[in-house]
Design a protein around this ligand. Structure first.
Ligand code: BGC
Length: 746
């Protein structure tokens, strides 16, 4: 393909190449008609295809497509095979609609649960988000449809999303905010990466040479196309120079002419244009190769898959007295309460919103089973607000039944692309409904449909809580599958649920001011924060119950000592100790016990979902790679591990660590690089450097110094010796060179 692209580039005019770097309308690239190169179509994503009938519209009625669970829900399944399967189904729908690139997945971190697009993102943890994102990309692309990994990078809030600058230190950037992107790039090679709207450390992400050219393209070796988010480009020429290949959507005016002038007067390098054009040509050819004019897809099969996926994503948060699953035989009557039972909330609002092929609701499903043993009360108004009459009606219905099942959560007015949530709690209408129903009905089950964490002031009163998330068009049926025990719940939270907003990691540093949001909590987002601060959340990351129980035994490591280049295998046995078949998510966390830098108390590094029949036991083996022990050294600008003991933690959740092992890691000794602006104490910490410096010191001092003087001297940068006139600047330079040579040789 490379030769073909090169030949085409040779035949193209500068204007034609420039035109390739700008979209054609909202949903297409340009082609080069003269050379017979057609355009390709790119459409949203990520939980279903959003292809507007009117191709000239940004938002319009779109073709019917299967709406799968939102990323937030799917992540709770921790099931990479399932996500891959959904990716394949999405690709089939793209092929049938002649779409070559699906705009997803989004792997931004959930820095705050208030983020309006939390529903579109997987997790607060980069390994979970990265694994989910990789499976999605692999699934879609295995069928010859491209993906767009978005939004690169630090697009963690909707407030001022097009202008805000995320102020984040290098280590946090690498270990938290870029890590999921890096994982997906290396593992799954998405055809495109979408650069974000916001700025990162003062520079627009879509015009950011460090992010796009240095890290993404050079360091990670990314060879696909970088596409801007819709309207993210501000200075077209700087974006091209920074490594952006395709600006979306198309823009009016004579942009190519203006850019050509810049090339002619030498302010924009033609090499940059050639590179971008080559990447877009590659993208077009990739898309064309798999175009299938007669492609169709099986709507029923996709709906069935959506239902299975929605059920696998449900998290059972509470189940007192085993009220769930509800027995269809022994339960007298059921009160279904809450409008979501009939008109479910199953997807998020904004560019990810799909026109579903059909929508299941729990009401119809339960009516089929319970017939006239089931009553229904709307509970709150259509717009989600409190309606005293509807509330009263619901309370009466609950009082009269044997069990009440309440459907509540967040509405499109509470959370959406484009704005953040002002509160962590659900609306009064939903919270009061639950509280009042619990008051009259001890057997109350709450089913939550929401795209992000909420508080639960009524938790102690409800007997059971199912977190169903935004489960897609088949969520209604899937919820009933879990309520009635046709499916044993197996999801675990992909984000922490806090007791109150004040406990959330970004609380003091959100939403920012004067155009900047400081990521002051650093590495400590999600469970890393709650661990470090000793704050007990409402429900921890990785938490979820089942209708059965599991027991972990016999954790073992393939080695007790490793080097920083070795893999380590961790094996554990898991047994289903209950009477129902179920699935358990085994989580593996690592804790660096001896570190010279601050390190979280635990970090998820691997996981597996394992299906077990009653009484069955399986061995689960997870592999840790060198990077899983490393931190990003922002001084040396590289990943490295330090010698010392690491704890290997096996958890049923981030809070419930069931087994612990230790491994000794021997890292290759670092050859430090000394600089004249480093403290003298750092020189003295290295024996070779110390010996050299000691010589200089004894010849320039009386040798008599008390403890506090010594501390002061050790805290001085070496160069200050020249400023104070002890030695000359030239002598300092020579000294540093001598030290570096000696240390390198030692
Ligand atoms: C969103 C992207 C989306 C694009 C196209 C933007 O506003 O941020 O996620 O893919 O629009 O609809």
């Amino acid at each position: 393909m490379e030769t073909r692209i090169q030949e085409l580039l040779n035949q193209m005019t500068l204007e034609e190449k420039l035109q390739l770097t700008i979209g054609n309308g909202f949903w297409h690239t340009h082609g080069v008609e003269r050379l017979g190169i057609p355009a390709i179509a790119v459409n949203d994503g990520p939980s279903g295809l959003r292809k507007p009938y009117d191709e000239n519209a940004l938002v319009a009625q779109s073709v019917p497509a299967t709406c799968f669970p939102a990323a937030e829900a799917l992540a709770s399944s921790w099931d990479v095979a399932l996500v891959e399967e959904i990716g394949q189904a999405l690709a089939e729908e793209c092929l049938a609609n002649d779409v070559q690139v699906l705009l997803g997945p989004g792997v931004n971190m959930k820095r705050t649960p208030l983020g309006g697009r939390c529903f579109e993102y997987y997790s607060e943890d980069p390994v979970l988000a990265g694994e989910m994102g990789s499976a999605f990309v692999q699934g879609v692309q295995s069928k010859g449809v491209g993906t767009s990994l978005k939004h690169f990078a630090c697009n963690n809030q909707e407030y001022e999303r097009m202008t805000i600058s995320a102020e984040v230190d290098q280590r946090t950037l690498r270990e938290i905010y870029l890590a999921a992107f890096e994982r997906v790039i290396r593992k799954a090679k998405p055809w495109t990466v979408m650069s974000a709207y916001n700025k990162v450390n003062g520079v627009y992400a879509s015009e950011h040479p460090e992010l796009l050219r240095q890290i993404l393209k050079t360091e990670w070796g990314y060879d696909g196309a970088v596409v801007s988010d819709w309207g993210a480009v501000n200075e077209k020429a700087s974006s091209l120079a920074a490594g952006l290949d395709l600006e979306m959507p198309g823009r009016p005016g004579n942009t190519t002419e203006k850019l050509a002038k810049l090339v002619h007067n030498g302010s924009l390098d033609e090499k940059v244009i050639n590179e971008a054009a080559a990447r877009i040509l590659q993208l077009i050819f990739r898309g064309l190769e798999h175009r299938q004019p007669d492609a169709e897809f099986d709507q029923d099969a996709h709906h069935t898959l959506a239902r299975r996926a929605a059920a696998a994503s449900i998290v059972l948060l509470k189940n007192e007295e085993q009220i769930l699953p509800i027995s269809t035989e022994t339960t007298g009557s059921l009160a279904l309460i809450g409008r979501f039972a009939q008109a479910p909330r199953y997807q998020g609002a904004g560019s990810a919103s799909v026109n579903p092929i059909r929508v299941d609701n729990a009401y119809d499903e339960l009516q089929r089973v319970f017939a006239d043993r089931a009553s229904y009360a709307q509970g709150y108004a259509e717009d989600g607000s409190l309606d005293p009459a509807l509330l009263q009606e619901a309370v009466e219905a609950a009082r009269a039944a044997s069990i009440a099942v309440i459907f509540a959560g967040l509405t499109d007015q509470d959370e959406s692309e484009g704005f953040d949530r002002p509160y962590l709690q659900m609306s009064d209408a939903h919270n009061r409904l639950i509280t009042e129903v619990c008051r009259v009905q001890p057997n109350t089950v709450v089913v939550l449909c929401n795209g992000s964490a909420v508080t639960m002031p009524w938790l102690a009163e409800a007997k059971a809580v199912l977190e169903a998330g935004l489960g897609g068009q088949a969520a209604g049926g899937a919820i009933v599958d879990v309520l009635l025990g046709r499916v044993n719940p197996s999801g675990k939270l992909a984000e922490t649920f806090a007791r109150r907003l004040e406990d959330t990691p970004a609380y003091l540093n959100y939403p920012g001011e004067a155009g900047q949001v400081r990521y002051g909590e650093g590495l400590f987002i999600g469970y890393r924060y709650y661990d470090q601060k000793g704050i007990k959340p409402l429900f921890p990351f990785g938490y979820g119950l089942s209708y059965t129980t599991f027991k972990y035994t016999n954790a073992r490591l393939s080695q007790s000592t490793i080097t920083d280049a070795d893999n380590l295998e961790v094996t554990v046995s898991v047994r289903n100790t209950g009477t129902r078949a179920g699935k358990e998510i085994v989580q593996l966390y690592v804790h660096d016990l001896e570190a010279s830098v601050v390190r979280p108390q635990k970090e998820l590094k691997a996981f597996a979902k394992v299906a077990l029949a009653p009484g069955e036991e399986k061995e689960v083996t997870l592999t840790l790679e060198p990077r899983d022990f490393a931190f990003y050294d922002s001084e040396l600008q590289c990943w490295r591990s330090e010698t010392g003991t690491f704890e290997i933690l096996i958890g049923a959740s981030s809070e419930q660590i069931v087994l612990r092992e230790k491994v000794m890691l021997n890292a290759r000794p670092l050859v430090p690089v000394f600089r004249k602006d480093m403290e003298i104490g750092k020189f003295f910490a290295h024996p070779t450097a110390a010996a050299i410096l000691l010589n200089v010191f004894t010849s320039h001092t009386s040798g008599e110094t008390d403890g506090s003087n010594l501390q002061m001297v050790l805290a001085l940068p070496l160069i200050k010796l020249a400023l104070f006139g002890f030695i000359t600047e030239e002598q300092v330079d020579a000294l540093v060179e001598q030290v570096n040579q000696a240390v390198g040789a030692s």
